[in-house]
Design a protein around this ligand. Structure first.
Ligand code: ADP
Ligand code: MG
Length: 373
């Protein structure tokens, strides 16, 4: 239908220009040119938006997509003027996420991140804008948390990840102290030098293993929303597993419906619905990925300062304007633990919800700025 309308507009343009010449009064060449330019830009607008500006928003339909990206279900929900348009938009979002995965993944041996991890010591490596931006945010957070969040912790993270996999076949498998120590020696955010002027990264120690698992999904979610906005879609929900970002609420609603875990007065955990708009919500913890050894639960999040998977049984949700920040803050606060994590949140006026599962009855503690409900 858009196409027909477009043809009509192009036809109309010819008609309008012709009929100007038959007008009883003179139309200057300049005016004609202005009209021509106006119609030209209108035509361009119709092309670029696929006509959806002409469909009233109240008629837009809801579309939902889910694809496996970055190792998780990457979901999109948004309102658009037609199915064809929604399909096109979703496709461009997913292809951008794939592009980002090829930059950030530590699973892909040829990703930009993996290539950087193999770079020779002391040699500055020019990296993409995206990789530099993520490494810079991560580096600042490492400094702020004195190493609780550390993207150079890849060697330790990988050790626990492999243990988890191996124990599925051999439940007696454990890590030796030697293994833990030698992985731990390869960790240190100060070994990564970032040069903001020429966007280079220099590794100053051998065998660093970079891992952006605690921040890359948030960044991809932010990027996905940017694309949706650029395409004129302003009522959207994007989620990569525990990293969620929403723009304006669906028409007539107060927000996007999201379920998070809460604890009632008796300590029972139950799903609680919150309504969110124009915000990012990330949740990190050990509820899905962990390894249990002799009754102790070790999270897939490690404490980079000792190389051990977290055992503090904590789950952290962070609401902020940016999914990149919510993602890395949630991971960082898990490592900091409740007391230090809350301090970190208060000084930065962050909306944080901490759920402790360890001792006895589960408990939920919101930061002073939490407005989640
Ligand atoms: P998920 O991505 O599983 O939803 P998180 O956002 O908390 O959960 O990220 C966990 C991932 O972050 C781990 O799988 C690992 O790749 C990476 N990671 C683990 N510990 C740390 C840490 N202390 N600092 C930075 N990244 C970490
Ligand atoms: Mg995270």
């Amino acid at each position: 239908m858009g196409r027909f309308f477009l043809c009509e507009i192009i036809g109309e343009r010819v008609q309008v220009i012709r009929s100007f010449n038959r007008l009883p009064y003179r139309v200057s060449d300049r005016t004609l040119r202005v009209v021509q330019v106006f119609i030209f830009f209108l035509t361009l607008l119709v092309f670029s938006t696929g006509c959806h500006v002409f469909t009233p928003e109240s008629k837009w339909q809801r579309f939902e997509y889910v694809e496996s990206e970055m190792g998780v279900n990457f979901k999109l929900k948004f309102y658009a003027s037609s199915e064809a348009r929604a399909e096109r938009v979703a496709k461009s979002v997913y292809s951008r996420v794939e592009e980002l995965n090829y930059i950030f993944s530590d699973y892909e041996p040829d990703s930009e991140l993996s290539r950087l991890s193999r770079a020779p010591v002391g040699v500055p490596v020019k990296v993409s804008g995206e990789l530099f931006e993520v490494l810079l945010i991560a580096h600042k957070l490492s400094q702020q948390t004195r190493g609780a969040f550390d993207v150079t912790a890849g060697a330790s993270v990988r050790l626990w990840r492999e243990l988890r996999r191996e124990r599925e076949k051999n439940p007696d498998k454990v890590l030796s102290l030697d293994q833990l120590r030698s992985a731990q020696k390869r960790v240190g955010f100060n070994q990564l030098k970032l040069n903001n002027n020429n966007k280079t990264v220099t590794l100053t120690a051998p065998d660093l293993q970079l891992d952006l698992g605690g921040i890359a999904k948030g960044y991809a979610v932010d990027e996905a929303m940017q694309i949706l906005k650029r395409k004129g879609i302003n009522r959207a929900f994007v989620a990569a597993s525990g990293d969620i970002l929403v723009s304006r609420a669906p028409l007539g609603r107060s927000g996007w419906k999201i379920e998070i875990r809460d604890v009632d007065e008796f300590g029972n955990i139950y799903p609680r619905t919150i309504y969110l708009n124009n915000s990012a919500l990330s949740t990190s913890g050990d509820t899905e990925q962990f390894v249990e050894i002799n009754g102790t639960v070790f999270s897939h999040i490690v404490d980079p300062r000792n190389g051990i998977g977290l055992t503090n049984r904590i789950q952290v949700s962070v609401i902020s304007a940016s999914s990149t920040l919510s993602d890395c803050y949630a991971t960082a606060i898990c490592v900091l633990g409740k007391e230090e994590g809350l301090q970190f949140a208060e000084t930065r006026k962050l909306q944080v919800l901490i759920m402790e599962l360890a001792e006895g009855v589960p408990r939920v503690t919101p930061s002073r700025y939490w407005k989640g409900w």
